[in-house]
Design a protein around this ligand. Sequence first.
Ligand SMILES: Nc1ncnc2c1ncn2[C@@H]1O[C@H](COP(=O)(O)OP(=O)(O)OP(=O)(O)O)[C@@H](O)[C@H]1O
Length: 466
Amino acid sequence: MGLSLPDPKGHQRDVVFLNERGHCVVLGTAGSGKTTMAVHRAHYLATAPGIGGRTLLVTFNKVLVTYLKGLSIASPKLQIETYHAFARGYLRYSTKAHVRVYEPKKYLVERALSEIRERYPSRSVIHRPLDFFLDELHWMVGHGVVDQQTYVESRIRRVGRGKPLQQSDREVVFEVYQRYVQLRAEAGYKYDYDNMASAVLDDLKVDSTDRLYRHVVVDEGQDFTPEMIRSLAAAIPDDGSLTFFGDYAQQIYGSRMSWRSLGLRVSNVVEFAHNYRNSRQVAQLAQAVSEMPHFRDDVDLVQPTGSAADGPKPTILETTSKEEQLVQAVRNALARGASHQVAILMRTRDHEGRLKALLGQGRVPIHRLHRKLARWTDGPGVFYGTYSAAKGFEFDSVILPFCDADELPKPSEVEAHGLDEAKAREARQLYVAITRARTDLIMLHSSKLTDLLPNEMSDLYVRVRS
Ligand SMILES: Nc1ncnc2c1ncn2[C@@H]1O[C@H](COP(=O)(O)OP(=O)(O)OP(=O)(O)O)[C@@H](O)[C@H]1O
């Protein structure tokens, strides 16, 4: 095919050269080649004689777009972009107007919340943290559930979140939503990043002009809301195709959902079960993390069947303080970074500044993983950033500081969603981080180890003290 990527094998071939019409869902475990095959598939759909048509390869992660654009897959018929770039572009076309997106949503939700709090000071739900409301609004809008009756009567089932919200609580949440929408309109904005998808969908439903794309390929599909996928499905003509690649074990944005709620007309679901990336030891630890009781729910997880070659067991390194964790992480990273790709990944951005200072300006190339990264490099070096910024990537070595119980699950998630739900969400974050490692994985802590990792008796890692 002429792409500098591994050739498809087994089920991968079925997907890449699959029917060029209709909807297809591909679920794959971490490292099973979803991104690689998404690229192959998009390239095939854009260039194959007879069926080739304009194709959109869309993903959630901006850094991943930078990486994909750096692959030698250029074709005039292939467009690679984030969902929001697509949505903005389409809305500009459909409304013939400049599209302004309201970014600091949380400030207006906070304002709406404080006003509604004054109205219902005795209702306990209104005193839940801002993150809870942001998440609830993201779910509502992302599912297209924005009419009061459907939301309040809870007509759409929600995955996760142990105990459902009571109807009377939903009424209050809905008022916060309504007030937020009002405040946003008063500020002069029609869109935020959550409601753009529904706006695209609404416009496409009445748009009888020729579709720009004939084929859409979605990578990291588990992070797209149902409304985003529905709008992409509406963006292709009847004889076009939509191919969805996802892994629900890696769903890290917002609450969990299943591809079944996406409204696709899917005749076959393909599963990729072979892990081509992680060593057997890394894959075994990731698998154990995904089998812990808090991880389980009823979204579709693919059981991995095999993994890459053997490697060392993951290491858990205990240090004397959090500061020392960073020092050790940097020391290990710099030692390997001259000849390998090493990533230091953290749950939050809080420590990035400190890490940068410690990494210094030596001979080892240092790259911060973030949405404005201009160019992807395949060379050795140290990469650092959040778990979510590293989504879709892989490194020879991965170092995870702050695997302490008071850092993971993130305390603000526990406050917003309760311990059980926070553990379910945060375990997915950790799963993503662990599965970025090809062979070496070091996790650090200086107080009690996080409960999101299997206990010591599991024999899945070695413990070292500094
Ligand atoms: N058929 C194949 N033969 C050899 N290597 C492969 C094959 N398919 C994928 N790989 C390799 O496996 C690794 C993981 O692939 P890729 O990143 O596409 O997986 P993924 O399913 O998108 O992973 P994740 O969801 O964890 O980000 C890459 O190094 C890729 O080159």
